[in-house]
Design a protein around this ligand. Structure first.
Ligand code: ADP
Length: 152
């Protein structure tokens, strides 16, 4: 049976930390769907088309990586696409606490679903999309924090 994982997030924008998690997870799954959540409460900083386009550029020659958007519950989206795995990255103890409750709630709603965590590579432990947005908003150079091809 094909192992499909969903990597859900805002990817606003994709960072080298996200890219590293996706590349390192590739040997574990047949397909990884990078799923950009459309949050009803916030529009995001970068336009959705750009966020999608950048991820497509980064994984252009990689047939096992798919990029999609979704609205609603992540567990419902996983059911719809036939995914039994959610992929998430862990940077800090705060990430762990947050992910633990979401992962356990998701498991209650969809018992066959497993959340698979990859530890963040140490060089990206301080890297977050929110800090990258803050640097960009204030006119700083974000190029060293985002994959090649991401050019806001
Ligand atoms: P969300 O809005 O769900 O926090 P993000 O786009 O910020 O979405 O992150 C998506 C996933 O990527 C989360 O599992 C997050 O922990 C992980 N992640 C974010 N930044 C990094 C990083 N620097 N290294 C590893 N994983 C990361």
């Amino acid at each position: 049976m094909s192992k499909i994982a969903v990597f859900p997030g805002s990817f606003d924008p994709i960072t080298k930390g996200h890219e590293s998690v996706i590349r390192r997870a590739k040997p574990l799954f047949d397909t990884i769907i990078v799923a950009i959540g459309e949050n009803s409460k916030k529009n995001g900083y970068f336009p959705m088309e750009n966020r999608i386009g950048w991820i497509r550029t980064v994984f252009a020659d990689d047939p096992i990586i798919r990029i999609e958007t979704y609205a609603g519950l992540t567990v419902d989206y996983c059911r719809n696409v036939g995914a039994k795995y959610i992929l998430r990255g862990l940077r800090t103890a705060a990430d762990f606490e947050f992910e633990r409750s979401i992962g356990q709630m998701n498991k209650t709603m969809f018992p066959e679903l497993e959340t698979v965590f990859l530890l963040c590579a140490s060089e990206y432990a301080a890297l977050s999309s929110s800090i990258v947005r803050e640097i960009h908003r204030n006119g700083g150079d974000i190029s060293q924090f985002v994959p090649a091809g991401v050019d806001p």
